[in-house]
Design a protein around this ligand. Structure first.
Ligand code: COA
Length: 159
């Protein structure tokens, strides 16, 4: 059983994330999307909102589920009996940080391997911060986030 964990802040999730999820679901037997609850970094959306938004977009993928976690990723993985981390690489600039994280996670638990998928070039310019900025200034979100969550993001900025 190849069970992979796709970790991130997902504040909010984007079409780039969904592309990685879809491809990972075709490669691994099971994919757990792990939403980090970071007490030091207050996001725009709380953990429940992030998880709910992701749930709306993954209904077609029967082997994918989403959970939130706090603390070390390797500890979450141990609990879930998973030893594969999936991450997307958007550009060379992502590489240095991702290499460091992959090495650190492997040092913390030598059974843990990180597998990288190259982000589809259509989505290589997208980030959650960019989505938040576009939403803040009333820009069109449909090219950047899955249709199911456009309204959730727009509503956040109407409050
Ligand atoms: N498409 C679009 N955007 C993407 C993307 C993709 N395929 N992949 C990443 N991004 C974006 C994210 O939205 C995020 O954007 P933002 O900075 O504007 O919010 C940015 O790229 C960085 O993403 P990522 O590198 O995945 O960071 P993250 O903050 O989302 O997640 C964790 C980081 C959760 C994986 C990592 O901090 C972690 O594992 N923390 C737990 C503690 C731990 O175990 N640390 C390791 C040992 S010290």
């Amino acid at each position: 059983m190849k069970r992979a964990v796709y970790p991130g802040s997902f504040d909010p999730m984007t079409k780039g994330h969904l592309d990685i999820i879809e491809r990972a679901s075709g490669i691994f037997d099971e994919v757990i999307i792990a939403v980090l609850i970071n007490p030091e970094k207050k996001g725009l959306f709380n953990a429940e909102e992030r998880v709910n938004m992701i749930e709306k977009t993954i209904t077609d993928f029967k082997n994918v589920r989403v959970e939130s976690f706090t603390g070390l990723l390797v500890d979450f993985m141990k609990k879930k009996e998973a030893n594969l981390i999936v991450k997307g690489l958007r550009a060379v600039s992502d590489f240095e940080y991702e290499l460091q994280m992959a090495l650190l996670n492997n040092k913390l638990d030598t059974r843990v391997e990180t597998v990288f998928l190259m982000t589809n070039e259509k989505y290589s310019c997208i980030s959650s911060s960019a989505v938040k900025q576009i939403a803040m200034f009333g820009g069109k979100l449909t090219d950047f986030v899955p249709g199911e969550i456009v309204k959730d993001i727009e509503d956040k900025f109407k409050l």
